[in-house]
Design a protein around this ligand. Sequence first.
Ligand code: SF4
Ligand code: SF4
Length: 417
Amino acid sequence: MKKRSQPAAKPGETPTCAKCGACSTVCPVYRVTGREYHTGRGKLHLLEKLDPAAASAAYAEILSRCLLCGACSAVCSRKIPVAAQLAAARAELNRRAGEQALKRHLVGDLLARPRLLELLAPLARRFNPAPIPADSGLNLRLGLPPQLPAEAEKPPKPATAPPTTTPYLFAGCYGTYLAPAIGHAVQSLLGKAGVEAPQRAAGWGCCGLAAYGAGRLDQARGLARRNIAAHPGPASIVVSCASCAAHLSHYPQLLADDEQWRPRAEEFAGRIKEFSLFLQETTSDQPLPPTPGPGPEPGPRLKILYHDPCHLRFMLPITKPPRKLLSALPQTELVELPRGPRCCGHGGLFNLAHPTDAAAILAELAAECRQSGAEIVTSTCTGCLLHWQKAATQQLIPARVLHLAILLDRLTSSAGS
Ligand code: SF4
Ligand code: SF4
């Protein structure tokens, strides 16, 4: 029988799936579950066949079992934006079947155990260097009781600050409230590279990635408008978290239907500078100058594994600048995972909703990390760093885990690493 070919997509139309299966070979979730309906292809098939309003618990569960990593779209010959379609499907499911249908599966056991959350919340807040705002996606990531308000934010007031060329630093919620050392390290590195001290915008907020991943599009759009208003041009916006950088760059798509804000989102996205790319361009591939002092003790080179955050690798895509910055230093030796870079399994809310799958994905990477001989694992995504830190705490890897900015700053300081 003659095989029917799929019709070609017209310009502006989303192409249809060819069912070729290329996405199955790279899907981290499929790799650990072995279920076809967890692949990009399987989920797209489900979206085609099922009505979200009549969705079963199984439908919501399958939609939740996605890291939104974008690996499938990167290999798809038809360039289907699978992760974006799945995020849109989550929003549609929230709208038509009620938010609880999906939320139960996104934050898993945590929502089912409110007593545990009540006990954890004050502890987590007490040990945080700064209070976490109610609309920060960190609340969900840390398993704190979700505090995202249900309604969309009010439109922000226009900024009154005069135009500035002093770069902004966007350190994100993690780099501001939980690990302010990241922001300080970026500031120190920019100083070493001869860039004027960056400013922090008044009125900035969570980038909105967690809200977007949870299908809360109104919330995500409200946060986008707020950040755009808080960062008037023409200054560059240096972003120290890979996932924030990818999501801030995605604002034009998020606000595509908003005639008033779309042009502003495009202008804003054009000024987003992921920190490693910004630093590499600023230093023109030269090693960062060390701070004055005796310099690090001579000794064997430090074996460093740079972990590619999926948001950086597939969405921006940026893979070379962090490696160039590290390999330009005399005391480092870059190592790679034997089977190449892959998702660590954190996926924002995924590790909370599906801890067993997330742990299985991480365990595979940890085994390869041990083979690589890495003494330090570094990355720029705060979610990835939290997950690798978990591997270190559980002694799955004999390596320290550091944000790239902190590592580079230490390696170029007189005290060395
Ligand atoms: S986005 Fe990642 S986890 Fe989700 S279907 Fe695609 S490859 Fe799998
Ligand atoms: S790679 Fe693209 S076309 Fe092929 S099965 Fe996956 S989504 Fe469909």
